[in-house]
Ligand binder design. Structure first.
Ligand code: PGA
Ligand code: ZN
Length: 425
C-alpha cells in the first residue's frame, strides 16, 4: 500500500519551478516523477497551481508541493497503488474543481505518474510494460527542428517545424536519419547566413522571414543529408494558430499579413503542393475557431493528418465533441493538459476507438523524466513528438525508446501509416 506521498520544487528546462513527486510504498519502494510545463497552453487545460507574488517571478510551486505533502498524502495513505484508476479518482474528488485548479494539476499529475512508477518498480517491470499490454510497438517520432512562435524569439509565426522518419528498418535506423538531417540542417541554416542557436525544444531558432522559408530549409536539409523527402524523411508542422488569431477581427495576423480563414486554407494548400512531403498539420486554426478547423478537415483530411491540440487539451469531453463534429483526424495527447494518467488513457481510448490517430507529446518546458516515452509505447500511441535530437531533456526520451527497442526487439518498430486505424484495447 501507499505509505507516503511527498513532493518538492525542482526546475524545468526553461529554469522555471516545477513539481517532483515521490510515492513511497509500505515496503519502501519509491516511485518518482517530474511534471512538464507548456508555453503555448490551451485555454481549457487543467490548471497549474503557481504561487504568484515576487518569488521566482511568481512561478513558484510551493503551494502545489504543500498540497501533495498534506491533503494528497492524507488521502492516499494506505491505498492500493496498483489501482491507478482509484488513486486518480480520489485526487480528482479531493480537488473538487473541473480544472484541478484547487490542488493544482501539477500536484495531481506528479503523484499520478509517481504512483504508476512505484507500482512498476514494486513489480520489477519496466514502466511501459506495467502500463501496457503484450504487443507493444515503438512510435513514429516527430522532431521539432526549427522552433518558432512562442518557443523562440524570431519572426516565424508557426510554432514547430518537424521532421519524421518514414521508411526505416528500426527505431534506431529512423532516429539516425533524423540525427543526420538535424546536423545537415544546421549547415543549411548557417550557409544561408542565419544564427543556429537553439529554441526551447532543441530545434534551431534562426530569425527567418517566413514559415515557408523554414519548410524550404527542412526540405533542402533532407536532400542534402542524402534522403528523399517523403520517402525516408517527411515533414510535419504545428501552426499553433491560436497564437496568431485575432479574436476581434476573426482574422489570422500571420507574418505581416491579415488572412481570412479561407486564405489560411489556401496558404496551407499551397504549402502542401510545394512540399508534398508534409504529412501532418497540427492546429491549423485557433482554439476559438472550431468551425474553420472543421471545414479545413472536411477539405483536406483525406490528404494529410490534421492534429487537434489546443482546442481539445487531452480532455475526454472535448475530444468527444471534436470527433462528433469532425474537427480533425488526429488528437495530440499531453498528460499535463488533463492531469492524471487515467484520464489520459481515456482520452487515447476515445480517439483510437473512433479511428483518430494519437500523437503523444512532451511540453516545451520539460525535465529529465522519460515517463512520456514509456507511456507512448505502453499505449501503442504510434506517434510521439518530443523535440529535436538535442538538449538532454528532449534526447533522453529518444534514448529511452532506444533502450525499449533493445528490450522489445527490432521488429517492434511501427512503420509510418496514415491514418492509423489500429485498435487500442
Ligand atoms: P507547449 O507547446 O508545450 O508550449 O504548449 C507544444 C504544442 O503546442 O504542441
Ligand atoms: Zn501544439
Amino acid at each position: 500500500y501507499i505509505e507516503k506521498v511527498k513532493a518538492r520544487e525542482v526546475f524545468d528546462s526553461r529554469g522555471n519551478p516545477t513539481v517532483e513527486a515521490d510515492v513511497i510504498l509500505s515496503d519502501g519502494t519509491l516511485g518518482r516523477a517530474e511534471v512538464p510545463s507548456g508555453a503555448s497552453t490551451g485555454e481549457l487545460e487543467a490548471v497549474e497551481l503557481r504561487d504568484g507574488g515576487d518569488r521566482l517571478q511568481g512561478k513558484g510551486v510551493s503551494k502545489a508541493v504543500n498540497n501533495v505533502n498534506t491533503e494528497i498524502n492524507n488521502a492516499l495513505h494506505g491505498l492500493d497503488p496498483f489501482n491507478q484508476g482509484n488513486i486518480d479518482q480520489v485526487m480528482i474528488d479531493l480537488d473538487g474543481t473541473k480544472n484541478k485548479g484547487r490542488l493544482g494539476a501539477n500536484a495531481i499529475l506528479g503523484v499520478s505518474m509517481a504512483t504508476a512508477r512505484a507500482a512498476a518498480n514494486y513489480q520489477k517491470v519496466p514502466l511501459y510494460r506495467y502500463l501496457g499490454g503484450a504487443d507493444l510497438e515503438l512510435p513514429q517520432t516527430f522532431h521539432n527542428v526549427i522552433n518558432g512562435g512562442e518557443h523562440a524569439d524570431n519572426g516565424i509565426d508557426m510554432q514547430e517545424f518537424m521532421i519524421t522518419p518514414v521508411e526505416r528498418t528500426s527505431f534506431r535506423d529512423g532516429f539516425e536519419k533524423i540525427v543526420n538531417t538535424y546536423h545537415t540542417l544546421k549547415k543549411v541554416i548557417e550557409d544561408a547566413g542565419y544564427q543556429s542557436g537553439l529554441g526551447d525544444e532543441g530545434g534551431f531558432a534562426p530569425d527567418l522571414k517566413s514559415s515557408e522559408e523554414a519548410l524550404q530549409m527542412l526540405h533542402d536539409a533532407i536532400i542534402k543529408a542524402g534522403y528523399t523527402p517523403g520517402k525516408e524523411i517527411a515533414i510535419a508542422f504545428d501552426a499553433a494558430a491560436s497564437y496568431f488569431y485575432n479574436t476581434d477581427t476573426k482574422m489570422y495576423d500571420f507574418e505581416g499579413t491579415h488572412k481570412t480563414p479561407d486564405e489560411m486554407a489556401d496558404y496551407y494548400e499551397e504549402l502542401l503542393k510545394k512540399f508534398p512531403e508534409i504529412i501532418s498539420i497540427e492546429d491549423p486554426y485557433s482554439e476559438d475557431d472550431w468551425d474553420n478547423f472543421e471545414k479545413f478537415t472536411a477539405q483536406m483530411g483525406d490528404k494529410v493528418q490534421i492534429v487537434a491540440d489546443d482546442p481539445v487539451c487531452t480532455n475526454p469531453i472535448l475530444i468527444r465533441k471534436a470527433i462528433k463534429e469532425g474537427m480533425a483526424n488526429s488528437i495530440l495527447i499531453k498528460l499535463n493538459q488533463i492531469g492524471t494518467v487515467t484520464e489520459t488513457l481515456e482520452a487515447i481510448r476515445i480517439a483510437r476507438k473512433n479511428g483518430y490517430t494519437t500523437m503523444m507529446s512532451h511540453r516545451s518546458g520539460e525535465t529529465g523524466d522519460t515517463f512520456v516515452a514509456d507511456f507512448t509505447v505502453a499505449t501503442n500511441s504510434a506517434q510521439l513528438k518530443a523535440g529535436a535530437p538535442a538538449r538532454s531533456e528532449r534526447v533522453e526520451k529518444y534514448n529511452q525508446l532506444l533502450r525499449i527497442e533493445e528490450e522489445l526487439g527490432e521488429n517492434s518498430t511501427r512503420l509510418a501509416h496514415f491514418p492509423d486505424s489500429v485498435d487500442f484495447d
